[in-house]
Design a protein around this ligand. Sequence first.
Ligand code: 2BA
Ligand code: 2BA
Length: 109
Amino acid sequence: MKLVIAVVEDKDSHRLVDALSDQNFKTTKLSTTGGFLKEGNTTLMIGCEDENVDDALEIIKKNSSQREQMVAPISPMGGSADSYIPQPINIEVGGATVFVVPVESFFQF
Ligand code: 2BA
Ligand code: 2BA
């Protein structure tokens, strides 16, 4: 068994959860915050059998849109110095960041 952990944009999350559920994947949705943009995103945990991981990844890929976003300069006075952005930069947002980790045990009590 594997645990697929997918960080996606909030706006993609409903569609993605529905698409996964349509294919009988069980999911748990967490409201999360990206460390760089400090904006809300969504993390999905999907526990599935090894042979179904590729299908899950395909569904995630299909339902996560990618786009570019301009980030305005952030003053270090307003936030922590490690996220200081001196000038506007174009970054790619959306898409999905996915981790697949082995599950040692799975219990439902
Ligand atoms: P954030 O940390 O808010 O990052 C949003 C986007 O900003 C990133 O998109 C990337 O394009 C850009 N970015 C992040 N750190 C940067 C930096 N130091 N310099 C320049 N640009 C930077 P994604 O890479 O698609 O990541 C989207 C979200 O996925 C991230 O939101 C974070 O919540 C999560 N994520 C990405 N990689 C991760 C990792 N290795 N571990 C844990 N979470 C991760
Ligand atoms: P939910 O997804 O809201 O599911 C609530 C309950 O609905 C489930 O209880 C199960 O009895 C039923 N259910 C879910 N998906 C179903 C389906 N496709 N067909 C028929 N019945 C279905 P539990 O199995 O005790 O799960 C409770 C909660 O634990 C789930 O809430 C979900 O958030 C999480 N979860 C369970 N299995 C998971 C997995 N493999 N991966 C990620 N999260 C899981």
